[in-house]
Write a protein that binds this ligand. Structure first.
Ligand SMILES: [Zn+2]
Length: 331
């Protein structure tokens, strides 16, 4: 139990949301600032060409420059501490797929030098590295994929297994010499959605001192159309009980769910970005109580209400991500 109020604990905490596709539009950074986040992680690229990826990186560098009084570009753990100390929002660059490197392993170092610090292996579908979680074949990590994981380890880019097929994740986790993660993945035992992951996948990253970040995309949180913070906390508790409080974090995956129209939804299916049945039709109301990033403090309150101690709460909010980032980035 705690002597600190949940509000004070949240204000003092390092809060890391490791998945934020909504921030393809940086005008939303204010929501994370209002929610007391220390770090938000825009998805810089998914299955994008190197050219489009570089344009997005250039845009972000320019935004960071213009908003230097509010934002800090995070490439080290010290940058995260500095963001907290200066009451700014840290911005961490991540990809959700390896397509931006094409067949050119050396592009990993280029992206790393531009600040990219975490990369997902395969977004739902098959790519050069391995199968995504939508693929019935569930082929494992490719020969090229093995080189990619080794090079990511050499460069200290976090190996992210979210969206990736079962065998590819298990083989990448085994191969990785640094703590790998699922940046935003929910327990399949609780919600039988194919984008969610099995217990042995979560246990495998934990055994490598990595972690599982819990997402908030409603079809992964509940089979009900309108999940609540309590449904989300049930999933968080499931992970904590399975892998322990040192191996769970946040990867809320906020995006502009309300803007997905029927037409854009059909396009996402046609483009082989999303797939049925795991991505049902909109709307996507994020769990009631944490509808958007302005409400992150409700997570701290919810955990306190469920009698989590301060130390555990601080780990889940950000300290676990700090440890994993430190081990990968070397700083
Ligand atoms: Zn995602």
């Amino acid at each position: 139990m705690s002597a600190t109020s949940p509000r004070a604990l949240h204000d003092a905490a390092i809060v890391i949301d490791a998945t934020a596709p909504l921030l393809s539009d940086p005008s939303y950074t204010g929501e994370w600032i209002q929610g007391g986040a220390t770090v938000a992680t825009p998805t810089i690229a998914v299955r994008d060409t190197p050219a489009d990826t570089l344009v997005q990186l250039a845009k972000w560098h320019s935004w960071l420059h213009q908003a230097a009084e509010r934002l800090v570009h995070v490439t080290t753990v010290a940058d995260i501490r500095r963001a907290k100390g200066e009451r700014k929002l840290g911005i961490l660059f991540a990809f959700q797929d390896t397509t931006p490197i094409e067949w050119r392993l050396e592009l990993l170092e280029t992206y790393q030098s531009l600040g990219v610090r975490m990369i997902g292996l395969a977004y739902n579908f098959r790519n050069r590295v391995g199968d995504g979680c939508a693929e019935p074949s569930d082929a494992g990590l490719s020969k090229f994929g093995r080189s990619v994981v080794r090079e990511m380890n050499r460069l200290g880019i976090v190996v992210d297994c979210s969206h990736t097929g079962y065998r590819t994740t298990m083989e990448a986790i085994e191969l990785s010499t640094l703590p790998p993660v699922f940046s935003h993945s929910n327990p399949r035992k609780l919600v039988g959605n194919g984008r969610n992951i099995w217990d042995d996948q979560a246990l495998a990253v934990a055994a490598k001192d990595g972690l599982v970040g819990l997402g908030g995309f409603p079809p992964f949180v509940s089979t009900k159309p309108n999940p609540t913070l309590d449904d989300w906390l049930d999933q968080l508790e499931y992970w904590v009980q399975l892998v322990g409080p040192d191996h769970v974090g946040l990867g809320l995956d906020y995006f502009r769910g309300e803007s997905v129209t029927d037409e854009s939804y059909q396009r996402l299916l046609r483009d082989q970005t999303w797939y049925l049945p795991d991505y049902p039709a909109p709307p996507y109301p994020y769990p009631r109580g944490i509808e958007n990033a302005t409400k992150l403090a409700n997570i701290t309150e919810g955990l306190a209400r469920r009698r989590y101690g301060d130390v555990e709460i601080l780990k889940i909010l950000g300290q676990n991500w700090m440890r994993v980032f430190g081990a990968n980035w070397g700083a």
